[in-house]
Each structure stands twice: as C-alpha cells, then as structure tokens.
Design a protein around this ligand. Structure first.
Ligand code: BG6
Length: 474
C-alpha cells in the first residue's frame, strides 16, 4: 500500500519492545448510566441529535467492554499483547459535587484486576474528549474552575489507583477538541471560532500541568508507587508541503507544526509554550488568557515519556486568504499531494514513512524523550467484507500491509537511535468511533452488532500473533 520502498528497512524489533492495544473508556465501556455515571459530552450530543451518529448509534453501549472486559483481556493476551491503554471516564469516577464516586471506583478496580489476572498491564489515561456535560455547561476548558476540577479529578484517580497503576497519561490528543469542536465545528458544540479554540488549548495545557504536579506530589508522599510514570499522548503528524515551497508555504508549515506538535512537545519537555507561535497568534489578534502564576504552573508540565498517535501526515500550503468568511485567522490550507494513497473509508492518507520522519524529528529536537507509538491503525468499512471459509472477515489484504509498513518504519527509526519503546494498535477489538460509530472497523477482532457484540478473530489476527511472538515484521 505504501508508495515508499520498504525493501531496505529494518524488520526486527528489540526484544524488550512491547506490543499492546489502545482503547478508551467512552468508546468501549458502554453502561452509560451504570454506577451513577454522569452524562458526558458524547451522551449529551447523542441525546440531543442521534441522527448525527452513523446508523444512529450513539455513545451508550461502546463495544460492551464494560460487561466483557475479562474476555477482552484474554483475547489481548492470546494475541501476544502485554499491555493496553484505556481511559477512566471522569463522568464515572467523580460525582456532580466533584467527589469520588465509590461505585465508579469499584468498577475500575475490578477492570484493572481482571487485566492483571490475564497478564495484561493497563496504562491509564485520564481524558479522551469526554468532559462531564455539567462542566461543559459551566464553560468547559475556558473556565479556570473546570481546569481546577480536572486537577482534582486527576488527584482523586492517582490517590485511588496510585498503588495499582504504573503508567499514567493526562490527556489523549489534546489538540483534537480545540480543532474539532471549535475550529472546524465538526463536533458539538459546532463552533468556528479560532480564538476560542486557542483559549481551550491553553486551558487544557494548564490542566495537564496541574495534573502532572499532583502526580509528582502524591508520588513523593508514597501515595503513587515509586516506579510510576506520567506522560501525555498526542496525534503528532509531520507537516509536509509542496516540493518547491514558497516562503508562505513554509510559514504555513511553521504554524501548523507549532500549534499541533511543538506546542505539546515544548510543554512536556521544557514546561513552556513555543514563543514564536504565541507571538504570531498575538500579532494576529489571538491572545491567550494568561494570568499571573501561569508560567509557574506550565513549568510543572514536564513528563516522563510520551505517547505518539500516528494515522496520517498533514500536508499544507499557504492559504488563499489569511482570514475565513467569519473573520477567523487562517494560517494554512490543505495541500493535496498528487501521489497520496488514501484510505477511502476514512478519507485519511496512508503514509507509513511519516511515522519515521516524526520519530527522527523527536530524536533530533528532543533527544532525551522516551516514547511509544500509542495509536496506529486502519479503519475500513467492513460491512460487506469477504469472509474466509471459516466465516472470519478477510482483512489481510489491507490490515497486514498497513501495520507491517508502519512497524518497519518504526524499526528503522529505532535502528537510527529513536527512543521508541513499544507499539499499541488502535482498536484491536472493533469499537465505537465517535460520530462515525461503527462505520469504519479497526479491529483484528470483529464485534458483531447483530449478535450482542460477540467477538471473533479476523483473518489478520494470526499475522499479529506471529509478529508479537517473534518481533520479526514479516
Ligand atoms: C484517534 C483517537 O484520533 O483516532 C481515537 O484517539 C479514534 O479516539 C481514532 O477513535 C480513530 O479515529 P476515528 O475517528 O476513525 O475513530
């Protein structure tokens, strides 16, 4: 599938390289009203307009993992996956007064225990686009009280699970809510307000730093185990432009890279935001809501390691106009690369070398930083997919080359010095994909919606098992 030459790439991953599954609470657990769970942003949108969700499948059932987690952890183990990253849902762990909800806590204790029993280590992320709705109604990430509420939720989670969990993450893809909810207007509340998006991004950055600070304090006190680590996960994507760029094209690259990548990389390695980006924003009339003391808060946001989600590259060029029809500043517009290979189901470009290019950028610019591939995968409409003689979905022709090519570029980056420790495949078991619901299937394991969410290996599962057991990317 790749347009790159794969022939010279490394094909072996280090012995201590780990393989795992990436998932999230709101996309898998279901049980949307059990354990006193509060309404979150996805429940709010589903309740308000179910037609916005593919085939009218809203946020309510996930992939039924809340009821099937023991079975799912056993499947991960069988596939040779030693870890899985999921998220605690803020709306399940905390009540509407901001206190720990004991029933929600009990659910996660049981889930983590089941994973341990199956030989799977759970990495815990605290936020996956799923703010409790009542906090959104109070202004969401623009309201400092909500930022503080997140810090207090993080503190409660560290205190409750601090002896059980070794790997923590504050946020998954913190760039996505600013973009999807406030720039593109694609997700509820459908705003198209660039300045608001940046205020939201700033609020998330403070929340991240406050959570890291709470983690360090609780670790020093012995509440969090001494070997625990904290990190952040983002969908970093190398920005490319045309082959013969103008200065304006390069400027589009600088701001795209600045807002999507360097913003988070500087925050987690230096405890600062990129000054050139903040300056350009200000020159274009976009001021961040900075208060006295914020610098010291952000300074505490440095992490132990990082998660790198990679699906597609970003290709940009100078925008035709530097404002849109609403008066928002525009710094870049999409560049359509004539040679792009597309995943037509998702509308995303497939470009495995991008994972290597960004890995080498991190190795050059942030040499101390350890990281892992925290998501990578391919979602395809499989409703009418061919089945093998034994009834399994035959996904080998597209899923195997996708994962193989990305893994080979990862192996190549490691061979050239990248500090990448492992790989989590996104949605090893098919799961609910936000407003795309079950349109595009990512799994090595099928979830049959017509048969009460029953699980069945797809044909590609055997290939995955081979790779995880040999570390050879055949
Ligand atoms: C990542 C998210 O952006 O991509 C996941 O962390 C998401 O939550 C995944 O499901 C795949 O994207 P989508 O929109 O196809 O589900």
């Amino acid at each position: 599938m790749s347009t790159q030459s794969q022939t010279d790439l490394a094909v072996t991953l280090p012995d201590d390289f780990f393989f795992g599954a990436a998932l999230s609470g709101p996309q898998t657990e279901g049980m949307w009203q059990a354990h006193g769970k509060l309404e979150n942003m996805w429940d709010l949108w589903s309740n308000q307009d179910i037609r916005a969700f593919y085939n009218r499948v809203g946020s309510y059932a996930g992939n039924d993992m809340g009821a099937r987690y023991a079975e799912d952890f056993a499947l991960f183990h069988e596939l040779g996956l030693s870890s899985c990253r999921t998220s605690i849902q803020w709306s399940r762990l905390m009540d509407a007064d901001g206190q720990l909800n004991p029933e929600g806590a009990a659910f996660y204790h049981e889930l983590f225990a089941a994973a341990r029993e199956a030989g799977v280590e759970v990495f815990v992320n605290l936020y996956h686009f799923d703010m409790p709705a009542y906090l959104f109604r109070r202004g969401g990430w623009e309201n400092r009280e909500v930022v503080e509420a997140y810090a207090s939720y993080a503190r409660a989670a560290f205190t409750e699970f601090g002896q059980e969990i070794e790997h923590w993450f504050t946020f998954n893809e913190p760039i996505v809510e600013p973009e999807q909810r406030y720039v593109h207007g694609a997700w509820y509340p459908f705003h198209r307000d660039f300045a608001q998006a940046r205020r939201v991004q700033y609020g998330i950055s403070l929340a991240h730093a406050l959570a890291v600070d709470a983690f360090r304090t609780l670790q020093a006190a012995g509440t969090v185990r001494a070997d625990a680590k904290i990190g952040l996960i983002n969908c970093f994507t190398p920005p490319y432009t045309r082959e013969d760029p103008t200065p304006a094209d390069l400027e589009a690259v600088r701001m795209t890279d600045g807002l999507h990548n360097r913003w988070w990389l500087d925050l987690v390695t230096k405890g600062t935001l990129p000054t050139d980006v903040v300056k350009t924003l200000s020159e274009r009339g976009v001021e961040l809501p900075v208060r006295a003391g914020d610098e010291a808060i952000l300074a505490r946001g440095t992490v132990d390691w990082l998660g790198f989600n990679y699906y597609q590259p970003t290709r940009v060029q100078a925008p035709a106009s530097d404002t849109d029809e609403l008066g928002n500043p525009v710094f870049a517009e999409p560049y359509v690369w004539p040679e792009a290979v597309m995943n037509k189901s998702r509308g995303w470009e497939i470009y495995p070398k991008g994972i290597y290019d960004f890995a080498m950028t991190m190795t050059r610019d942030y040499p101390e930083l350890e990281w892992f591939v925290s998501e990578n995968g391919i979602g395809i409409e499989e409703h009418h997919a061919a089945r093998t003689a034994d009834g399994a979905i035959d996904d080998v022709a597209y899923r195997v080359p996708f994962v193989r090519d990305h893994l080979r570029w990862v192996a190549q980056a490691i061979a050239e010095g990248a500090r990448c420790r492992g790989y989590h495949y996104w949605g090893v078991i098919d799961c609910w994909s936000w407003n795309n619901a079950y349109k595009n299937r990512y799994g090595f394991v099928e979830v049959d919606l017509q048969d009460n969410y029953s699980r069945r290996y797809k044909a590609s599962a055997e290939w995955l098992r081979q790779v995880t057991s040999t570390h050879v990317i055949a």
